[in-house]
Design a protein. Structure first.
Length: 156
């Protein structure tokens, strides 16, 4: 049985997401960020009522998590926005509905916080994540394009 609850600092398993996702699908990311700065960042996040980190457990084992936040409207985005920062389910527990349960839990939390829109970013090369997010109701809204800048010597 899957048990969802608010995470504590000791629960977090973010390093696996960073290494699997950014390590596979992107360049120019610090794959050691969690080890270097993650504890301080998560401590701030867990202490801020505008943030939520939800942990999924099966038989007492942490198998996934979702972190996100809600932001007040701005002059640019006039709706109160909630954003999923990270969603991760360890590979052997995927395709069992755990990711969907985490997203649905976040959607309820965001609604309770007065959010009007929910956003999430995924690497364009991560086709499985894109399929998942579409399946749970997200649609493409904005696309960010990137290219490396060549140095004067022709190297990147």
């Amino acid at each position: 049985m899957v048990y969802l609850h608010r995470a504590t600092l000791e629960d977090l398993i973010g390093d696996a997401l960073t290494k699997e996702d950014a390590g596979k699908h992107a360049e120019a990311f610090n794959l050691d960020w969690i080890a270097q700065e993650g504890e301080a960042a998560y401590t701030r996040m867990l202490g801020d009522e505008r943030h939520v980190v939800t942990l999924a457990e099966v038989d007492g084992r942490a198998v996934g998590y979702l972190s996100g936040a809600v932001r007040d409207p701005s002059t640019w985005r006039t709706a109160r926005m909630a954003e999923i920062f990270a969603l991760y389910v360890i590979p052997e527990y995927r395709s069992q509905g755990i990711g969907e349960r985490l997203v649905r839990s976040f959607l309820r939390w965001a609604r309770d916080q007065g959010a009007e829109r929910i956003v999430v970013a995924a690497f364009a090369a991560n086709e499985a994540a894109l399929r998942f997010y579409r399946r749970v109701g997200f649609a493409p809204f904005e696309v960010m394009l990137e290219q490396p800048v060549e140095r004067q010597d022709g190297a990147r």
